[in-house]
Structures are given as structure tokens and as C-alpha cells.
Design a protein around this ligand. Structure first.
Ligand SMILES: [Zn+2]
Length: 64
């Protein structure tokens, strides 16, 4: 599950309980212990990349 924070940045959240705390070593939710699939992680990283690129593009557009 991918959330958007108020700034519009994607945040990875647990599919089971919706919390955003993960053990990065094992890719498991701290709250309920559900595993985060590699697909979810890949989707999140792709969303984060798109967000970063869009943000950088709008920054360079307004800099002039
Ligand atoms: Zn959870």
C-alpha cells in the first residue's frame, strides 16, 4: 500500500494494518509483522522516483 504524505511524496505502508513502520532488515511491519512484498517495495521506489523527478523539474522551472 502506498500513501501520499501532505507534501505529495509517496510513503510505503503495511498492506495489513496501514502503518508505516517497517523493519528494513527483514521488510516486515513492526506493528503486525506482515511481510512487505518485493513488488510493493518496487512500486514504492518507482513512485518515489517519479515524485523526485517531478519535484526537481518544477524546481528548475521556477528557478528562472
Ligand atoms: Zn502492519
Amino acid at each position: 500500500m502506498i500513501f501520499r504524505n501532505p507534501a505529495g511524496a509517496p510513503e510505503l505502508a503495511c498492506n495489513e494494518c496501514g502503518c508505516r513502520w517497517f523493519d528494513r532488515m527483514t521488510n516486515r511491519c513492526y506493528e503486525c509483522g506482515a511481510a512487505v512484498s518485493e513488488q510493493d517495495v518496487a512500486e514504492f521506489e518507482a513512485a518515489l522516483r517519479r515524485f523526485t523527478e517531478a519535484r526537481d523539474a518544477s524546481r528548475s522551472a521556477t528557478r528562472t
